[in-house]
Design a protein around this ligand. Structure first.
Ligand code: 1GP
Length: 243
């Protein structure tokens, strides 16, 4: 049985964190191995693991590779409840609080609850907030929800505050995988100023300058997926930039 609050304690230790997102549908075993080795070498804090769709058998096969080649916690970032896997360390239990799709606010969680209860995974209750990013993202389409407009900071603030008041332990502001534009700095800083739980930022972060900007704006955790898949050397540069 895994320690029940190891990941949450780490997330609350006040240090800036770097999470590498691996979408098993978009990568290969060789790349996963390389990302694991580089992530270990450059001090990545978390491997987030998951995606909107699974169209092959990679999902189950890649977690053991990560476990073989790095000692970094693997945290599931599930697109749906088929992606619960007890070989990981924890799971972002996402409630899509920027949307009004009841299935993604609570419905799927009810179905998943008994599996999660016996999974041994550390459960990280997370308020997931989608932010408009310059193009229609897969997550917006798949979730059938409208992202918060990127200039409506007050909506993002009130949504995050409500999530914290409901007892969620993390807020994830996401522009979506492959977003044209990351979450704007003013939105990040204003949300951060109004909550007392860790703030995760992801979507469309392509360079170490992007990562540094979101960190300086108030991100506690910076998540990078696609850009690292394209250029694995970015791991060392981003890790260096945010520390
Ligand atoms: C997507 O926040 C993640 O949900 C990461 O996005 O792949 O664009 O880095 P990218």
């Amino acid at each position: 049985m895994k320690n029940k609050s190891t990941l949450l304690k780490k997330l609350n230790d006040g240090r800036k964190k770097f999470a590498v997102l691996i979408d098993p549908d978009k990568t290969t075993a060789a790349r996963v191995k390389r990302i694991a080795i580089n992530s270990q070498k450059y001090g990545v804090d978390f491997i987030f693991y998951g995606g909107s769709l699974l169209t092959n058998n990679n999902y189950v096969q890649f977690i053991p590779i990560l476990k073989d080649y790095c000692a970094i916690p693997v945290v599931l970032f599930p697109g749906n409840y088929l992606q619960i896997n007890p070989k990981a360390d924890g799971i972002l239990l996402l409630s899509l609080i920027s949307g009004r799709n009841p299935d993604l606010l609570i419905g799927k969680h009810v179905i998943a609850a008994p599996f999660l209860k016996t999974s041994g995974l550390e459960i990280l209750p997370t308020g997931y907030i989608l932010v408009e990013s310059g193009k229609l993202t897969t997550v917006s389409y798949m979730s059938n929800t409208i992202p918060i407009p990127s200039d409506k900071n007050e909506i993002a603030i009130c949504t995050a505050m409500a999530g914290e008041m409901l007892g969620l332990k993390l807020i994830y502001l996401d522009a979506g995988s492959g977003a044209r534009n990351p979450v704007p700095g003013p939105m990040i800083s204003q949300v951060k100023a109004n909550i007392n739980i860790p703030l995760i930022i992801g979507g469309g972060i392509k360079t170490e300058a992007d990562a540094l900007r979101v960190c300086k704006a108030g991100a506690d955790v910076v998540v990078v997926g696609n850009a690292i898949e394209d250029k694995p050397a970015l791991i060392s540069r981003i890790a260096g930039a945010i520390r």
